[in-house]
Design a binder for this molecule. Sequence first.
Ligand code: ZN
Length: 432
Amino acid sequence: MRTLFTNARVDGTGRTLDLLVEDGAFARIGERLSEALPAQGMDLAGVETVDLGGRLVCPPFCDTHLHLDYVFTARKPGATNESGTLFEGIRRWSETKSDLSVEEVKERARRAVAMELRHGVQFIRTHADVTDPRLVSLRALLELREELRDLVTIQIVSFPQEGMYSYRGPSGESGADLVEEGLRMGADCVGGIPHYEMCREFGERSMHTVVDLAVKYGRLIDVHCDETDDPNSRFVELLAALAHREGIGELTTASHTCSLGSADDSYFFHLTKLLRAARINFACAPTENLYLQGRQDTYPKRRGITRVKELSDNGVNVSLGQDSMQDPWYPLGNGNMMIILDYLLHLSQMMSFAELDDALRFATVNGATTMRLGDGYGIAEGRPANFIVLDADGPFDAVYRRADVIRSVRAGRTLFTATTTVRSDVAPLTLA
Ligand SMILES: [Zn+2]
């Protein structure tokens, strides 16, 4: 099974390439393959040709931080978050989660995945709340991971939403016990939430447990870390140090780290030394944290975002997540990574042309680095033929236009195409 995708703009140079896909992988990538390959003796008869029209082609979007078990629960009775804070969100979820069923979670999660797919996402890291002795969320998402694997790659974090040592289940089980049970059941990553634990010592202990479990089960780490405006919330330091000591920094992600937006510069300066050495990843959810943080502030009001620009300038990998879709933590969220990226660039003041030209990496390769996708990701010969087409003529144009994804291809198979053609006889509009 072969398809030749022609006229693909893969970078900002203006040149176009053709992509020959064979058995789900990129077989050849080069200029004018429709002429070059027959000249080299390859018979293209019977090969389907798809003209990509000179539009921008890039590897699929990666949403590295999402809660698929929470989606579309914001309007459930009792789930309304009146204060708009993270901590009320957790309480609302805790109070309303007892009626979940595997089928119901799957139905909601499936709708959310469909929205993400429609926006060009093909790689999702989702958290599954395991502070529930029935482990309903986890069982649902494990099933969905397998059912949808031809369409989307899902990584699941065994995540103790109500804490490792602050949560106690009806039979005395701790959140840590349930996280470990989640790993035995097949979760891909170990989760934690140290800033939510009842006291600092529990939070620190949970970081030791996270790293120990990751080593014991050979899994990745993704911790909700320092998701607070408190500049003294510094669990990322301990997480980075422990992961570095075990040699698993690159397998580790600190999500949110909003407190770095409040910490003073001398602390951050000291921390960057460790972060550069440990090579841990950061995941940022700009829209949710802009909404949730700064709620105790009057004015000036904090932005809730971690130091994306400064981390990036220090060579630290930062990726992006939607985090929420209509859940007790955020009433919006539709899986459109271009919206999330737009917020990131504004909130982080990353607006030099060099930064804008390179901005798509936050939603693409940086996410792949976080998720450790390796050779399973990227537009290169021999790799799976996964890519998206944006309605733009280059990387800057995509960011400038907040471009729509007009095609998504997975293992050579087109998942969808969309058209954004505007028809008008009104003179100024014909220039748009
Ligand atoms: Zn989260």
